[in-house]
Design a protein around this ligand. Sequence first.
Ligand code: MG
Length: 383
Amino acid sequence: MSRSKAAALVMAAGAGERLGSRTPKQYLPLAGGPNALRRAIQALTAHPRIHQVQAVVSPEAHDLYLEATKGLQLKPPVPGGATRQESVRAGLEALAGTAQPDLILIHDAARPVIPAMVIDRVLDALEISEAATPAISVADTLAHTSDGLVRAPIPRDGLVQVQTPQGFRFNEILAAHRAHTDAGATDDISMIRLAGGTAKIVEGSPLLHKLTTEADKAMLERLLSAAPRVGNGYDVHAFGPGDHVTLCGVDITHGQGLAGHSDADVAMHAVTDAILGAIAAGDIGTHFPPSDPQWKGAASEIFLAEALRLVEARGGQLAHIDVTIVCEEPKIGPHRAAMQACMADILSLAADRVSVKATTSERLGFTGRREGIAALATATVLL
Ligand code: MG
């Protein structure tokens, strides 16, 4: 899988006064903390595959924008137009004139929570499709209504709820906007379709809930007040025959290997157990039994990614991991940055949320006698 970097447009130009306040909804504080716009910008900025975030705001809200983004390293906002479509076009033209990205995500600021995994799914889909959007299935029965009465029900089959961030190849979405200026589109997948393209659906998330009504605000505030949960993990692997050890996904040349059924990445196993511990979802052996031959020699990345998937399936967000590797050798220091980068990539976390440390045990005990390597880990999940 290639890992092309992308830019993101955050659309905040709407007046959004449905919440009964004169302040547009994206600028109202949420759960006593940052407003929706700041949260959306921070979520996109924190993602390791997004290198630039550009906001599009209505000129009248310029001061609100400055207040909302205080302290964040951002280019000045692009002034929006009279419609959402015009605003998106303005944002795309601004990016085209400067650091033109390969891929672009277009996100509505009214969705303050953006699971990192959804961003990855959208970007991954762009490897094979010209556009992609997250969507969730429709759970409720839908029906036409008039005069307060239910009219014809609408079959749910084939219906999805389309969300953002929607992803595009930059040149294609820019061309679509330039060619169809009067389409009146309310999202950008429609623009790609007008230009004759297709868009792939990827699994969205209920966390991408849109702030529209008071009830939405209450729901998002409950979500954002989520308490941190901390999990711990511990693992040991003995040295055995081999010429390298794998620690946090990084191969390190060594006179011995680590014995174990998978790739014996003791550090990544401890982190996986810490994440599973934070959501009380058993341990690595529950999900990947060592007795099952399909995990023989498996890359531990699979275990770690599954732990993250389970967190997000429960509506949680992984906030941080910290791992300590205990061994006399090999020396960890020279590989620490690569280990951090590897796990940040798998977990869709910013590097400053991934901590890798090492210590010896002063030649005491089994690690001190160089019989094996131990690892301890902690993970924080917001749930
Ligand atoms: Mg293990």
